[in-house]
Design a protein around this ligand. Structure first.
Ligand code: G16
Ligand code: MG
Length: 215
């Protein structure tokens, strides 16, 4: 019996990947190498420090932990200048309508994101009030594909994992949901998200009725 939906943020509710990309690309340029859009795909759903490590590996740059921390902070300050200007019209097609439909039907809603900026983003999009629990990068110690972020979401909502459906755009996120004994709807390409119970293009294709097909 499905009682709750847990949502990833970037790639599901909003496209923040484009702002992450600008900020990472600028950092790479300062370090003297190019960082492409294709490279950026590898950073989706991945934590800030892991993202930096991937970026440095691409550039063939080795740095001390102290310097890495400084660069991660610098990137984040740059990234925040973009997200602080975000507007509700940047919510991905169908996301807000689906969240409201779920709420009206009594389905519990939580966020499960790797981002430490999730609160800021939800506030800018004026979506905070729709989430009963927000589990983000400030509340977890294990990154996806570890199920921690979603298990904490279920716990906060007081529902069992097998009563949850996770919405995810990253392969590691789909794996995290399944590892947590939850159902998962992938958003994106079936080639990448094939392990999910269902794969759709975006939340505009979703409805309460379709969700109930997973019961
Ligand atoms: C998002 C993005 C990742 C980003 C991560 C951490 O994850 O997809 O690219 O590296 O958050 O973000 P921050 O630097 O803001 O803490 P998700 O889980 O919302 O898809
Ligand atoms: Mg994502």
């Amino acid at each position: 019996q499905i009682k709750a939906c847990l949502f990833d943020l970037d790639g599901v509710i909003v496209d923040t990947a484009k702002y992450h990309y600008i900020a990472w690309r600028e950092l790479a340029a300062e370090l003297g190498f190019e960082f492409t859009e294709e490279d950026n795909e590898r950073l989706k759903g991945v934590s800030r420090m892991t993202s930096l490590n991937i970026l440095l590996e691409i550039g063939g740059v080795t740095l001390s932990d102290e310097d890495k921390l400084k660069l991660a902070e610098k990137k984040n300050e740059n990234y925040r200048t973009f997200i602080l200007k975000m507007q509700p019209d940047e919510i991905l097609d169908g996301a807000e309508a689906f969240l409201k439909e779920l709420k009206a039907k009594g389905i519990r809603i939580a966020l499960g994101s790797a981002s430490k900026n999730a609160m800021t983003i939800l506030d800018r999009l004026q979506l905070t009030h729709l989430f009963e629990a927000i589990i983000d990068g400030t509340k977890v110690s294990e990154a996806k594909p570890d199920p921690e972020v979603f298990l904490k979401g279920a716990e906060a909502l007081n529902v069992k994992p097998d009563e949850c459906v996770v919405f995810e755009d990253a392969e590691a996120g789909v794996e995290a949901a399944l590892a947590g004994n939850m159902k998962c709807i992938g958003i994106g390409s079936p080639d990448v998200l094939g392990k999910a119970n269902m794969v759709i293009d975006g939340l505009h294709q979703m409805s309460f009725e379709k969700l109930m097909e997973l019961n």
